[in-house]
Ligand binder design. Structure first.
Ligand code: COA
Length: 254
């Protein structure tokens, strides 16, 4: 069975991360499938709203570390960047349902969703520095815009996990519910959106995003260049090797 499941019903396309045994970590093949689903959502008139969801125990552990180590994304057309560009420029509304850990891109993709619902077990983190990397998905622009510089610096330099309550207070999350209810709530809200005039949804989203749209794409491209370079350097290799060897990374020698 595919690790990315999609189905469309009553104007709502649902994209489900379904690799629970590996904590919904995302491989290049999964990014390609996600980018294709987003393209389909954009061009198919039967789709008015996209829902992104995981499992009630895990949203996503972020990039698949082994896959990243063995097949690092090369250039701006790598599957991860195609996915992020597609999501961040999708004109139709996107609703996310997050339960359990949402690590790395599992958190940063949410900055490109319009409505985000979280289970009370959600745990967000952007541990790029801890992995010898830099932010991606324009998070270095969007996080300070959302929470101010110092709080953004804490989130992105220390990279510690934060709770659903904190995400709600930051404005990243719209509402917190029990994990078993989060996917249903996202669908309920998506169905409400799908019943509204699409042209009004599109114009409203476009105006909501207009202030930062160009800057987001520029920052995402700039981050991708540095992120790609850092993936091949010693700190990231040490962090990723340590994760696979189930030990703490030692950055004293890199
Ligand atoms: N890439 C590849 N495999 C991953 C993964 C990732 N990002 N995250 C988890 N897995 C795998 C583990 O290796 C393990 O595989 P195994 O059963 O073959 O040993 C399995 O998923 C379960 O993970 P585990 O760490 O035992 O689960 P947990 O419930 O204790 O912790 C997380 C869950 C998400 C907190 C933890 O897995 C984690 O921190 N993952 C790494 C997150 C990360 O740094 N992502 C950023 C990448 S840029």
């Amino acid at each position: 069975m595919s690790d990315i499941l999609t189905h469309t019903d009553a104007g709502v396309m649902t994209m489900t991360l379904s690799r629970v045994d590996k904590k919904n970590s995302i491989t290049a093949a999964m990014y390609t499938a996600m980018a294709e689903a987003i393209q389909e959502a954009a061009r198919n008139d039967a789709v008015k709203v996209l829902v992104i969801q995981g499992h009630e125990t895990i949203f996503s552990a972020g990039n698949d570390i082994a896959d990243f180590l063995n097949h690092p994304p090369k250039g701006n057309d790598a599957p991860v960047f195609q996915f992020l560009r597609g999501l961040s420029t999708l004109a139709k509304p996107v609703v996310a349902a997050v339960a359990g850990p949402a690590v790395g891109v599992g958190t940063t993709l949410l900055f490109h969703c319009d409505l985000v619902y979280a289970g009370d077990n959600a745990a967000f983190a952007m541990p790029f520095v801890n992995l010898g990397l830099c932010p991606e998905a324009a998070s270095s622009l969007l996080v300070p815009n959302l929470v101010g510089y110092q709080r953004a610096a804490e989130l992105l330099l220390l990279g510690e996990p934060f709770t659903a309550e904190t995400a709600l207070e930051m404005g990243l999350v719209n509402r917190i519910v029990p994990p078993t209810e989060v996917n249903a709530l996202a669908h309920k809200q998506a169905t409400k959106l799908a019943a509204k005039p699409l042209s009004s949804l599109l114009e409203t989203k476009r105006f909501l995003k207009q202030g930062h749209a160009a800057a987001v794409q520029t920052r995402m491209t700039d981050e991708a260049v540095v992120f790609g370079r850092m993936l091949g350097e010693a700190p990231a290799r040490e962090a990723f090797t340590a994760f696979m060897e189930k030990r703490k990374p030692d950055f004293t020698k890199v």
